[in-house]
Design a protein around this ligand. Sequence first.
Ligand code: 4AD
Ligand code: MG
Length: 469
Amino acid sequence: MKELRRQRVFDLLKGKDESLVNGEVNVKGWVRTKRGNKNVAFIALNDGSIIHNIQVVVEVQSFGNDEMLKKITTGACISVNGKLVESKGSGQNVEILAHEIELYGTADAETYPLQKKGHSLEFLREIAHLRPRTNTFGAIFRIRHALAFAIHKYYNDKGFYYLHTPIITGSDAEGAGAMFRVTTLDLHNVPTTPEGKIDFQQDFFGKETNLTVSGQLEGELGALALSNIYTFGPTFRAENSNTTRHLAEFWMIEPEMAFYDINDNQDLAEDFLKYLIGYVLENCADDLEFLQKMYDKELIERLQFVTSNTFERLSYTAAIEILEKSGEKFEFPVKWGVDLQSEHERYLVEKHFKKPVILTDYPRDIKAFYMKQNDDGKTVRAMDVLFPKIGEIIGGSQREENYDKLVSRIKEMGIPEKDVWWYLETRKFGTAPHSGFGLGFERLMLFITGMGNIRDVIPFPRAPLNAEF
Ligand code: 4AD
Ligand code: MG
């Protein structure tokens, strides 16, 4: 085959380089379909750079090599040299008249799982190694990339620094969820102390370690030096919750800002979410249109609605009153002091306010030790952002910066001071008012893609009994 520079299907279909038209080009990709007759074959080729396929036209008689053409079936991978021409058919601007084809890999029609279209999402979850080759997952993973890029762009443009917090942590004080242990101890022969306890001094780090549930505590250390930081990394929670909104391994974005109070924190959260949704609307239009057509007719309208409306802000206490007066039959009854369930959150967002809601000032007994205590002695400066179809998408707070109040709270909650001495020192040395929050990346992906199950917005989901790939 003649050596030609490979062109991305994206660039050809978007007309990135007009001078290529009527010239000889090379494309490589996976065959989505092949149809035609004994005179001409049409191959729809996709290389993952764009939702659309480029059409490769083969004049069967003059091309020859019937043997190879027969092997070019759905799923096969090929490299094509041919003339890029304006398309006669509808639906695409350009197509390729093939001169030479190299068959990189066949895909046996009898056994290739994606031979036919229209598989269920459940089935595709079982073939997570191949599902990136479907239109749906191509679109989702391109959007996921765009969103990750936009997150870094947003904070970089605002002068925030990306702080890498550890994945393996020696502290389990956050209390955000059950943790996965990290150990190199021999599980068949665990060393014990004279008292018969596991001797973690003999473990790799000389102490108990786990996978982190959040980068926040370390993020605060960064903010109290660099002013504005954010983390963006994987976090791990070992709860056995088999829901459509929970993963055991998920990604979280956690900005932490010195000198921000709870109002600044809400402003940032709202602006950040609107920016990200706006970015995807602007940069991923083809993929969003595909997802809208296939899964959710109101998707783009819903995204536009969120970017163009002010979020409703109210206290937890005010929200409880609304829920109590709603006359709605909830599975979990509401009264002041209970943790809100997603049915309550969704009632507020979808039925009552009909737009995103930010709730603040939750009862302190249902929130973490580090949240700033209000003067009423009952509530803390917590903040949750609630979204349509999702419920909680962000959790955050202003932080308790007063050393004495923080120490008395950790005592009350039974957190050993020796586990958080380094955290407490930031309140001893140059403490400052500060705030932050955590955005669940996959929860945002659920909202933006309109998918119904969180396992479909991450390439390789980790959930109870699910770590095959
Ligand atoms: O509300 P959470 O537990 O807050 C924290 O971890 C704080 N340390 C954040 C901070 O203030 N820096 O979690 C934050 C968000 C939730 O609102 C939700 O979007 C997401 O993380 N989340 C999950 N996403 C997927 N699977 C799970 N198991 C999740 N748990 C929380
Ligand atoms: Mg939360």
